[in-house]
Design a protein around this ligand. Structure first.
Ligand code: NAG
Ligand code: NAG
Ligand code: NAG
Ligand code: NAG
Ligand code: NAG
Ligand code: NAG
Ligand code: NAG
Ligand code: NAG
Length: 438
């Protein structure tokens, strides 16, 4: 007992010593989570969130010698998830971050040039703080009201508590933009929540060409990201669709490891989780997962199958054939497929003989030209589709209550970017009677 007590005392003494040492260090080196007005963070010093998770400071990416102000994960200082001066690097280590007397964060170089500003001007006294979420905020000192936050200015990373999407009143958009290369954080690919009939997380390249997408939100997950079910105990997804905003974000459930969603300089979107024992980021999902995620690879009414035994991943939806057989043979599939037998929808008053083929295990097609009604049943959806000559397919809008789902998505024109995915959804494709039951 005596020995145990002695050991405990020693332990407490050591802990106390470490604690006071680190407190001293904090005071001496200025390691703090807070920047007060008139003070500054110089190149070489940092702000660290109170729980130690996140660090703000100056860095040079890759082989570059230019200096940027960024925030990174303290466990992995190469993982910079926010950069202030992405387009305006500093040319020397003379940079300082100051909180001006008017409440703006300013990144100033040695010759007093302002390389970046938060533009958060306020007459009242303010303070900047790096929070335990990784959010850098500027608060009014008296009211505590947040007047600016880095979470509103996304770089290439989505952290728990951030959101992407659109504020429909102001038109403000929140989206991720990839670095140009490992040495250059200036923006290239864009990963955004497209506000179509349903939100769909898409990636555009630097020329504004859509390269891939997750598929529309179906109440549970984005249609093509079927693996989301395997980590729903760790994260909660938040999709907001109302007259004020269409946004997507996620929060970490209690006990969840560090995580992030990043769009890489190749436009690849990854959900990563920190594995503390191996000190590595593990990939939980990746978009594109395979060739079939290349946007519109198989063209209109084409259907991509990544498990196809040949290298010919594209087929046509049943009832359709390649629009150009010659190109199709040469693996040029973007021209897609054409309907074999015209629909019968010209007949009067819903007396059509058309019917529906159920495709199963599908990532739903792009919903740019689709329409959504969440207030009807799937049966009513089918009737509405049949009664409308323009309707080529329908599907439930929400499967949170089960696979059969509720609500209604109606597609007109072409079905674009259709693929099989493990655990995917049902899609009802309209066909002429003669094409059904064969
Ligand atoms: C930064 O702070 C230090 C010490 O508080 C001060 O000497 C220096 O002039 C400040 N630099 C700038 C650019 O404000
Ligand atoms: C990152 O960590 C490594 C190893 O701990 C260290 O050598 C390097 O200087 C750190 N870089 C920065 C920018 O702090
Ligand atoms: C760094 O140098 C480049 C080229 O001389 C210049 O265009 C840029 O404005 C400089 N950056 C800053 C923050 O002064
Ligand atoms: C701040 O305002 C300047 C001038 O209007 C603008 O160029 C800059 O992009 C703004 N900075 C931010 C972070 O919005
Ligand atoms: C079709 O419906 C319209 C309005 O519902 C009706 O006036 C018309 O007589 C119907 N035509 C036929 C051939 O049933
Ligand atoms: C949506 O409709 C427009 C206009 O008809 C068309 O140009 C565009 O290709 C359509 N998009 C898709 C994905 O079908
Ligand atoms: C058919 O559906 C489309 C898309 O929902 C809609 O724009 C159009 O008005 C409908 N046509 C009729 C006749 O109801
Ligand atoms: C559907 O696809 C065909 C073939 O690519 C194209 O000619 C046509 O314009 C498309 N229609 C729409 C509405 O996008």
């Amino acid at each position: 007992m005596a020995v145990t007590g002695y050991r405990l005392g020693l332990l407490l003494f050591c802990l106390g010593a470490i604690l006071s040492l680190s407190l001293d260090r904090a005071l001496v080196t200025g390691v703090s989570d807070t920047l007060k007005q008139g003070l500054n963070v110089t190149d070489g010093s940092t702000l660290v969130s109170a729980d130690g998770s996140f660090t703000l400071g100056f860095f040079s990416p890759g082989v570059s010698t230019k200096r940027y102000l960024g925030i990174w994960f303290s466990v992995s200082n190469a993982t910079v998830f926010w950069v202030a001066n992405r387009d305006r690097p500093l040319n020397s280590t003379t940079g300082v971050l100051v909180l001006s007397n008017t409440g703006s964060l300013l990144l100033v170089d040695g010759s007093d040039q302002i390389a970046w500003s938060s533009n958060s001007t306020r007459p009242a006294p303010a303070v900047a703080q790096l929070l335990g979420s990784g959010n850098l905020v500027v608060r009014e000192q008296i009211s505590n009201a947040i007047i600016w936050q880095s979470f509103d200015y996304l770089s290439d990373t989505l952290l728990p508590g951030m959101k992407m999407g659109k504020n429909l009143w102001t038109g403000t958009e929140w989206y991720l933009s990839s670095w140009r290369s490992a040495d250059d954080p200036s923006p290239a690919y864009r990963h955004a929540t497209a506000v179509n009939a349903l939100p769909d997380n898409v990636v555009w390249d630097a020329d504004n060409v859509l390269v891939w997408r997750t598929g529309p939100w179906n109440g549970v997950r984005f249609s093509g990201i079927t693996e989301a079910g395997t980590y729903k105990n760790m994260f909660t997804f938040h999709v907001t669709i109302n007259s004020g905003e269409v946004t997507f974000g996620y929060t970490a459930n209690p006990g969840a490891p560090l995580s992030r969603v990043v769009v890489t300089d190749a436009g690849v979107v990854r959900r990563l989780v920190w594995e503390p024992n191996r000190r590595e980021w593990e990939t939980f999902f990746q978009l594109p997962r395979d060739v079939c995620d290349e946007y519109a690879k198989c063209g209109p009414f084409g259907l991509c199958n990544a498990n196809s035994p040949s290298t010919m991943f594209c087929g046509c939806v049943h009832g359709f054939s390649p629009a150009s057989p010659a190109e199709w043979k040469l693996r040029e599939t973007s021209g897609g497929c054409r309907r074999n037998v015209a629909l019968d929808c010209g007949r009067v008053n819903g007396s059509t003989t058309d019917g529906f083929l159920v495709l199963q295990g599908i990532k739903l097609p792009v919903t740019f030209n689709a329409s959504v009604d969440t207030g009807i049943t799937v049966e009513e959806c089918g009737a509405r589709c049949l009664a409308n000559c323009s309707c080529v397919a329908y599907a439930p809008a929400d499967i949170s209550g089960g696979r059969d789902g509720t609500g209604c998505i109606i597609w007109i024109g072409n079905l674009t970017d259709l693929r099989y995915v493990d655990g995917g959804q049902d899609l009802y494709v309209r066909l002429a009677k003669s094409e059904l039951g064969t």
